[in-house]
Design a protein around this ligand. Structure first.
Ligand SMILES: Nc1nc2c(c(=O)[nH]1)N[C@H]1C(S)=C(S)[C@@H](COP(=O)(O)OP(=O)(O)OC[C@H]3O[C@@H](n4cnc5c(=O)[nH]c(N)nc54)[C@H](O)[C@@H]3O)O[C@H]1N2
Ligand SMILES: Nc1nc2c(c(=O)[nH]1)N[C@H]1C(S)=C(S)[C@@H](COP(=O)(O)OP(=O)(O)OC[C@H]3O[C@@H](n4cnc5c(=O)[nH]c(N)nc54)[C@H](O)[C@@H]3O)O[C@H]1N2
Ligand code: SF4
Ligand SMILES: [Mo]
Length: 692
């Protein structure tokens, strides 16, 4: 055996773990965590192991496909490019640029080529009909950062390795491995927190894996976090428990905005005892260092924007913003603040419902209606890249139908999935182990400053294309039709690795590709450090922008305790599942099924439903039939279903391991309801459950 060892990176989630590959020629013998990686320190999870299945999967597409009356047909790259550009150009010429829609899925941010070449290509389409997973995820974070700190990616990150008090709302990092907090090896990091006498407190409607390991877990009713957090801010301000940096403005306006959020109000709507809210606020303010953090459960709910504002305020009013052990701005080797725009909000609105854009994207909750509502400006052609919005966005069933009515659709994706099956052409890029990687985004959200360039671990098969090459080739052809800018055309020709080299040289550590190639485990650039006020766009923290005060006022007006009969649906992530894909990777999905409904035994008993029965779950937009499992880990009145399943819809057989099909929770979520930023509401969705 001619075995060799190579080092690479996992790009499947935000933890960006360093990996060690043992190879026999081009065959993978094993994948383990790279213990010399300064950030991930040897960590890996079952998804990283499953990269092997992804790499060898015969169902992973390698050649362009074209849908014909008699089924899918392979075609050559040039023919595929010409077809795509012809059809997109025809729609634009006849109906205008906004008639071409775009959806960028989650893995886009995890691919170097999609960042360096996809973004300029999508810019060339000059369409306002642009959507992404952002508005089913972290839009409130970005809008809050834009409003308070002046830039959409000025996102303060928990200094987990030094904090004395970690207050977590709506996140389950032990399973997710962290989000807007690149925190590989989180289990050991949380263990270290407790060993040094620190405290972990989790607010979640489910006793999650993270909550189970916390010092304290508090059940909170879905969608009510804004009230709890703003009540905590109110306690801290009215009791004078905090202190605020000199560069923070508008504290009086914060005081006014939090005045309706009394402990009594917060208790009534959230189910959290007033005394608990009051005590935790005081503990947080008194801790030597503390950080408040809120993630998907807090962002993807009706009052997500108000809740995320409150998360920032907790850190601001206690002097924990930009302080060691608090929430800090990382200093990555490639300065994202320079290459990502600051952002803008409400510069235009969606055609049908008038929802505001953010940073050039419209809320994805409006995607289906922008396709299926007749009239001028309707989306007639769609480009999707690395996503599966039929399973990932609210009322996926409606989107499923809408996609079938498009004049043309192209998907850049290496799987045939519930969304890409509607495409006329599928353009598959190489897999993650076949291409170079540098993480442009997640180093900037990491709990420690590091940098790592990972050359492709394995050669790509002949006749395949990297995603950057696909975007380059489409872009250069498209530029011929619509006189693309010279700068964009030049940029499209530069390979990602050369762009990374340039960006590294311009960055704060003056690194280069050559230096990083010599350090395959990555280089350690040290712990987070204080960067304010210098890093703030105008040198000030705006504690109370109008948009955020309005979101809080709306929460004060509209938050109510739910009716007795009502159940609130929340999501769930599992270690052995990854959003809407990898459900065909045997190394990942092995074990018992994970897509059932969870429900409290009292709620089951009240409806005369037995544990394990099949139930009918209904919401304002749809219904699903699914097996139910009783558990006291859920707050009474709450039910939980993971997203990303529902693979067997319409009897279409895609590449999914048997027994993993499940149902789609997004056949229940309602696109008519969004938060004040325009983000989709995926948690706290009213449903009924009955036997059936
Ligand atoms: N109800 C509910 N819905 C949710 C959520 C929830 O918590 N609850 N979570 C939301 C969140 S946070 C997110 S991020 C979204 C995710 O939802 P999407 O944006 O739809 O992303 P994925 O499901 O990860 O997309 C998977 C597709 O990307 C393709 N892919 C993978 N890697 C690459 C690549 O390198 N290049 C290309 N071109 N394609 C690739 C895969 O083949 C697969 O087809 O779902 C959201 N939807
Ligand atoms: N294994 C695995 N890892 C993943 C993913 C995956 O699919 N599988 N997806 C990746 C992606 S795209 C993302 S964005 C991250 C997400 O990372 P996290 O946000 O850490 O993960 P979630 O499991 O979505 O955590 C959301 C939590 O919010 C809780 N919750 C729901 N509603 C509410 C509410 O109203 N209030 C409060 N306080 N809590 C609520 C849920 O019970 C859940 O525990 O994970 C990433 N990592
Ligand atoms: S935690 Fe798992 S999926 Fe995330 S980067 Fe590490 S190995 Fe990959
Ligand atoms: Mo996400």
């Amino acid at each position: 055996m001619t075995t060799s060892v190579r080092f690479g990176a996992c790009n499947l989630c935000e933890a960006i773990c360093g990996l060690r590959f043992e190879l026999d020629g081009d065959r993978i013998v094993s994948i383990t965590g790279d213990k010399d990686d300064p950030l991930s320190r040897g960590h890996l999870c079952p998804k990283g192991v499953a990269l092997q299945d992804l790499h060898t999967d015969p169902d992973r597409l390698r050649r362009p496909l074209r849908r014909t009356a008699t089924g899918w047909e392979e075609l050559g790259w040039d023919a595929a490019y010409d077809l795509v550009v012809d059809r997109l150009a025809a729609v634009r010429t006849e109906h205008g640029a906004n008639a071409v829609g775009v959806y960028l899925g989650n893995p886009s941010v995890h691919s170097l080529g999609a960042m360096t070449h996809g973004l300029p290509f999508f810019g060339m389409l000059r369409t306002r009909s642009r959507f992404s997973a952002t508005s089913a995820d972290q839009l409130p974070h970005q809008l809050v950062a834009h409003q308070m700190y002046g830039h959409q990616v000025l996102l303060p990150i928990p200094d987990v390795d030094r904090t004395g008090y970690f207050l977590v709302f709506g996140a389950n990092p032990l399973v997710s491995n962290g989000s807007i907090m690149t925190v590989p090896d989180v289990a050991n990091r949380l263990k270290a927190l407790r060993e040094r006498g620190g405290k972990l407190v989790v607010f979640d409607p489910r006793r999650t894996e993270t909550a189970a390991r916390a010092d304290e877990h508090v059940f909170v009713r879905p969608g009510s976090d804004a009230a709890v957090l703003l009540a905590m801010v109110r306690v801290i301000l009215t009791e004078g428990l905090g202190h605020v940096a000199s560069y923070v403005d508008d504290l009086d306006a914060v005081r006014d905005a939090v005045s309706p959020f009394t402990l009594e109000f917060a208790e009534r709507v959230s189910g959290v005892p007033a005394a608990t809210i009051d005590r935790i606020a005081r503990e947080f303010a008194a801790a030597p260092s503390a950080v408040c953090y809120g993630r998907v459960g807090v962002s993807t709910q009706r009052f997500g924007l108000a809740a995320q504002w409150a998360v920032q305020l907790m850190n601001v009013v206690t002097g924990n913003l930009d302080a060691p052990g608090g929430a800090m701005i990382p200093k990555p080797a490639v300065d994202v603040l320079k290459f990502v725009s600051k952002g803008h909000f409400g510069a235009w609105r969606s055609r049908v419902r008038g929802l505001p854009e953010f940073g050039g994207e419209l809320p994805v909750a409006a995607l289906a209606e922008e396709i299926d509502t007749p009239g001028e400006g309707r989306i007639r052609a769609l480009v999707t890249s690395a996503g599966n919005p039929v399973l990932s966005t609210p009322d996926g069933a409606r989107l499923d139908k809408a996609l079938a009515g498009l004049d043309f659709m192209v998907a850049i994706d290496f799987y045939l999935n519930e969304t890409t099956r509607h495409a006329d052409v599928i353009l598959p890029p190489t897999g993650p182990l076949e291409r170079d990687h540098y993480d442009l985004i997640f180093h900037a959200f990491a709990v420690r400053n590091t940098a790592r360039f990972s050359p492709a671990v394995l050669p790509r098969p002949a006749g395949t294309k990297h995603d950057w090459e696909i975007f380059r080739d489409l872009g250069l052809r498209y530029a011929k039709r619509f006189r693309g800018k010279l700068a964009t055309r030049l940029r499209l020709r530069i390979p990602p690795a050369r762009l990374v080299d340039l960006l590294l040289r311009l960055g704060p550590y003056k690194l280069s590709l050559r230096k990083l190639r010599k350090a395959p485990h990555g280089v350690d650039l040290g712990p987070l450090s204080s960067r304010m006020p210098g890093v703030l766009v105008d040198g000030r923290v705006h504690a109370a922008p109008e948009v955020l005060r309005a979101a809080a006022a709306e929460a004060a007006r509209e938050l109510t305790a739910p009716a007795d009969e009502e159940l609130l649906l929340i999501g769930r992530r599992h270690l052995r599942s990854n959003n809407s894909w990898l459900h065909n990777a045997p190394r990942l999905v092995k074990g018992k099924p994970r897509h059932h409904l969870l429900m409290h035994p009292d709620d089951l008993a009240a409806r005369g439903i037995a544990d394990g029965a099949t139930v009918l779950v209904r919401s304002a937009v749809g219904q699903v039939r699914v097996a139910v499992t009783a558990t006291e880990d859920l707050m009474p009145g709450v039910v939980s279903l993971p997203h990303g399943f529902g693979h067997g819809r319409d009897g279409v057989r895609l590449s999914v391991a048997s027994g993993v099909e499940g149902v789609s929770s997004n056949d229940l979520t309602d696109p008519a309801v969004v938060d004040a930023s325009g983000n989709a509401v995926l948690n706290g969705v009213p449903v009924t459950v009955q036997a059936g």
